[in-house]
Design a protein around this ligand. Structure first.
Ligand SMILES: [Fe+2]
Length: 147
């Protein structure tokens, strides 16, 4: 899968550049293909401690407590298996969420008062969830999970 990166805001799109960046509204010309825009663990089956602090962990909950009987699917994302720090010097800036590789939403996180985690209420009962998180020091990391 091709990875395109917005050079203005860092937003990632898959397969092709959008007409406009869904995060900062820059035109398609702001995007360039960059396979290195997302970091990959050296061995996905044996993460080292740094990778465990950055690879997002996706938890899907099919019975939503906030919107019961609506078919809502809750998607929770934490960074990561070992919780990432949220200090002013080193923190998770945002988590972007996708369904079937189509961008849905960005959650911005502030250091100190936010945990390295976010949640969404999706009007979807199936599909592939992708989470991309951005660490201000260590860049973008990705995880995927099926609903
Ligand atoms: Fe980091």
């Amino acid at each position: 899968m091709k990875i395109f990166e917005c050079k203005v805001c860092g937003h990632i799109e898959f397969d092709k550049a959008p007409e406009k960046c869904m995060v900062c509204r820059s035109p398609a010309s702001a995007f360039s293909e960059n396979a290195a825009a997302i970091k990959q663990p050296a061995d996905a089956t044996a993460l080292n401690d740094s990778e465990k602090k950055h690879v997002p962990v996706i938890v899907v909950v099919k019975n939503c407590g906030l919107l019961p009987d609506s078919g809502c699917t809750d998607v929770h994302v934490k960074v990561g298996e070992i919780p990432h720090v949220m200090t002013k010097e080193h923190y998770i800036r945002y988590i972007d969420l996708y369904l079937d590789h189509v961008f849905l939403s960005r959650t911005w996180l502030s250091p100190e008062k936010c945990h390295a985690a976010a949640g969404w209420h999706l009007n979807a009962q199936s599909g592939l969830i992708t989470a991309v998180e951005n660490c201000n020091v260590h860049g973008n990391w990705i995880s995927e999970a099926s609903i």
